[in-house]
Design a binder for this molecule. Structure first.
Ligand SMILES: CC(C)(COP(=O)(O)OP(=O)(O)OC[C@H]1O[C@@H](n2cnc3c(N)ncnc32)[C@H](O)[C@@H]1OP(=O)(O)O)[C@@H](O)C(=O)NCCC(=O)NCCS
Length: 299
């Protein structure tokens, strides 16, 4: 674990540093660095790695770099790619991360340079705000984000376990289609003050999105119940119906705001286990949620 004694400031020379948009040819190098960086920090804290395999990292970066609404910035030092940051631009609120720097070059101000490049991109696009999910044991990102103006919003846990196979009386869960997009967007708007329609449309197109209907109308939806998915509901029961119907919880499980004690207790009572604790942070527009929600690993 880093301590004040291990901190040093030997910043890399900015004259040999270049920040630029990633191209498809960068995907493999970005993936290799991200995989190594996550493995390194996970081993230091004896936790599971966020991107556990190189194969998954390659697939993720291939997707992010070629997706029209993601923007990936890479840092090159003397012509060699040494780090990257991914910006999800599918909504008016950008989702940030992962931020990764080659382990041997960490703590030399490259992360700060990437953070500044993100701030410039957000300003250029006049984004309404940005959010990210940060691991509280990761003092480096905590320090960088707080200094960049982010606020801590929600303590979270990721929860994993066997599918619950539960249905709630009066709550009908079904696959979401593009015809449901407008109603789901209205619900998200009501809870968060903005929609996440781009993300939901992607999830619908791959068959992952589910919604819950109560009294003949949509009262909740999930782009996916898992690490990369988000969900909103009018009530906790709406989210319980979505969680209860999920056939599995992808990645390291779904993220749950721990201030929602009722839902947290219900999940633990159904045998789900805590994988890690995390923190939701935001900069710019933020509305205190007016309903139940599960954030994704982006926000
Ligand atoms: C997160 C990461 C991208 C940051 O890049 P980096 O080049 O190491 O970061 P920098 O050197 O620019 O900045 C580190 C900052 O953390 C600060 N910091 C580190 N430990 C600290 C501590 N214990 N208390 C306070 N500040 C601390 C440093 O002082 C520095 O801030 P400063 O510039 O004001 O001095 C990189 O460390 C990484 O790849 N980590 C592994 C992957 C990861 O966890 N990514 C984040 C999740 S998406």
């Amino acid at each position: 674990m880093p301590t004040a004694a291990t901190l040093h400031t030997d910043p890399v020379s900015t004259t040999s540093l270049r920040l630029r948009a990633a191209t498809a040819a960068d995907a493999e190098t970005c993936a290799r660095i991200a995989h190594a960086a996550f493995l390194d920090i996970a081993q230091r804290h004896q936790l599971p790695a966020d991107i556990p395999t190189l194969d998954l990292a390659v697939r993720l970066f291939g997707h992010w770099i070629t997706h029209p609404n993601f923007h990936v910035i890479v840092a090159e030092l003397a012509g060699r790619l040494v780090g990257s940051v991914v910006i999800d631009e599918r909504a008016c609120i950008a989702g940030l991360g992962p931020f990764t720097v080659e382990p041997a070059l960490q703590n030399r101000a490259l992360g700060r340079q990437l953070t500044q490049a993100v701030a410039a991109r957000l300003a250029e696009r006049a984004a309404r705000g940005a959010r990210l999910v940060q691991a509280p044991h990761n003092f480096t990102t905590l320090s960088l984000c707080i200094q960049a103006g982010f606020e801590v919003r929600e303590p979270l846990v990721s929860l994993q376990g066997a599918a619950l196979g539960i249905s709630l009386p009066g709550h009908v869960v079904r696959v979401a289609t593009l015809d449901d997009l407008a109603a789901c967007n209205r619900l998200c708007q009501q809870v968060h003050g903005h929609d996440r329609g781009g993300e939901l449309a992607d999830a619908i197109s791959t068959g992952r999105a589910r919604l819950v209907e109560r009294d003949g109308r949509i009262s909740g939806y999930a782009s996916e119940i898992g690490f990369a998915g988000h969900a909103v509901g009018e009530t906790n029961a709406d989210l319980q119906a979505l969680i209860g119907a999920a056939t599995h919880f992808s990645g390291q499980g779904f993220l749950l705001p721990t201030r929602n004690g009722e839902l947290f207790r219900w999940c633990l009572g159904h045998g789900l286990r805590i994988m890690q604790s995390l923190t939701l942070m935001s900069i710019g527009f933020y509305q205190e949620p007016r309903g139940a929600f599960l954030p994704s690993i982006a926000y």
